[in-house]
Design a binder for this molecule. Structure first.
Ligand code: CTP
Length: 396
């Protein structure tokens, strides 16, 4: 799948630079053309000659030099299919995030319109520093893929996150970018995510621990498969990739209003949001003062968004989730029927590895005919793939 692809491998000054050799060799083995661009400090860790010999291409180090054309970054940006920076230091991440173009690699980045991937490697305190985290979040927001650093013992003696991701993970990620099936091309998918917030007063709300991750990875995967994706999200700390239309809401009522405004124009709705079932009957304005005695807040039911869309649907595929702790299959089947769904993703939230706020999930998928497909514990990205495979079967 990399055959004939042209990848620019950017290497910056980290002790992990030596691992770039393995990355380069894996690309060559898969018949990709590789051009190496190094920062000057990277050349202290690994010899440009080694990389030139292995890639069969001239290696660019540091700034432009007499041998390189002044437009070389433009030529390379035009020709290459992907820019992968591995390892990426805090310095290059900062330059990319702020548009600083003071050497060949950072200038190339600004001229590059195809896929950019970075695999950070640095000391744990640098990796978790707010500045670096913000820079990475910004880059992710504008469509740069970040392959998270691994955890373990670091070259500096500290332990924690900051090791360059495993070479296999980096190669797999690169391959998956070229691999995408575009199987949802031309389809419009509406996804909801996150925990709604039901205000008690102007400053307090009722909510739940859902982080929204399942909805966000579903949106990313649907986008990767070529769908036009709109994500209606309650507040989260997450950012979807930049081609996804994000609509932010707070309450169940706002989510309902937004879903209903969009639903008719979409091919599928996936309700991954953890919507509150109740909301305060009256919202106090200002801040409720404590009075040293029990406080009663009366709640009224919220509208069941999924059920309303199940009633409203014409040609749409409607997918719900069921967070259950007991009689899980029966309860999920009942929800599927009552809400007129095409399938339901059952989540046994009492199991270890499933439920709110985790990177993994354990699901079963139940279809209209009552078939139950059970899955082992999986990362949410893989869960998103399984769910969308089923949605595709229902759409086509
Ligand atoms: N849902 C919804 N609107 C609500 C509540 C839930 O659209 N007001 C959706 C959720 O997004 C989910 C599905 O309904 O896809 C099931 O949510 P869940 O919390 O498991 O079940 P409920 O229907 O709320 O029923 P219960 O809490 O009694 O199990």
């Amino acid at each position: 799948m990399l055959s004939g692809k042209h990848i620019v491998l950017g290497i910056t000054g980290s002790i992990a630079a030596y691992k770039a050799v393995d990355i380069l060799r894996a690309f060559k083995k898969k018949s990709a053309k590789v051009s190496v661009v190094m920062s000057r400090p990277a050349a202290n860790f690994i010899s440009p000659l080694t990389l030139e010999t292995l890639s069969g291409q001239p290696v660019l180090v540091g700034r432009f030099n007499k041998k390189t054309s002044n437009l070389q970054h433009i030529y390379l940006a035009r020709e290459a299919d992907m820019l992968l920076v591995a390892p990426a230091t805090a310095n290059i991440i900062g330059k990319f995030a702020h548009g600083i173009a003071d050497d060949f690699l950072s200038t190339l980045y600004l001229a590059f319109t195809n896929k950019v991937i970075i695999a950070p490697a640095m000391n744990v305190h640098m990796y978790t520093h707010k500045t670096v985290v913000n820079n990475m979040m910004y880059l992710a927001d504008i469509g740069v893929d970040i392959i998270p650093a691994g955890e373990g013992e670091l070259a500096c003696g500290d332990t924690g996150a900051g090791r360059l991701a495993d070479v296999d993970i980096i190669i797999e990620h690169v391959c998956s970018c070229f691999d995408s099936k575009k199987s949802l091309l031309g389809k419009k998918i509406l996804i909801t995510a996150g925990a709604s917030r039901e205000q008690i007063d102007d400053f307090r709300f009722i909510s739940n621990p859902s982080t929204g991750k399942m909805g966000y990875v579903l949106a990313d995967e649907a986008k990767r498969r070529g769908a036009e994706v709109t994500l209606i999200s309650a507040p989260t700390n997450l950012l979807p990739s930049k081609q996804i239309k994000l609509i932010k809401i707070n309450t169940a009522q706002e989510m309902y209003n937004t879903v209903v405004n969009h639903f008719d124009h979409f091919d599928a709705l996936v309700m991954a949001a953890a919507v509150a079932d109740y909301t305060p009957l009256n919202k106090f304005s200002g801040k409720i003062k404590k009075q040293g005695k029990p406080l009663t807040i009366e709640l009224k039911p919220t509208i069941d968004i999924l059920k309303s869309m199940g009633k409203r649907k014409k040609k749409q595929v409607v997918v719900g989730f069921a967070a259950e702790v007991e009689n899980i299959i029966e309860n999920a089947k009942e929800k599927l029927e009552q809400k007129n769904l095409d399938m339901i993703v059952l989540n046994d939230i009492s199991k270890k590895g499933a439920g709110f706020g985790l990177d993994t999930n354990i699901i079963s998928i139940i279809d209209k005919a009552g078939n139950v497909a059970e899955y082992p514990i999986m990362k949410k990205e893989a869960v998103a793939g399984v769910i969308l495979d089923k949605v595709e079967n229902l759409l086509y």
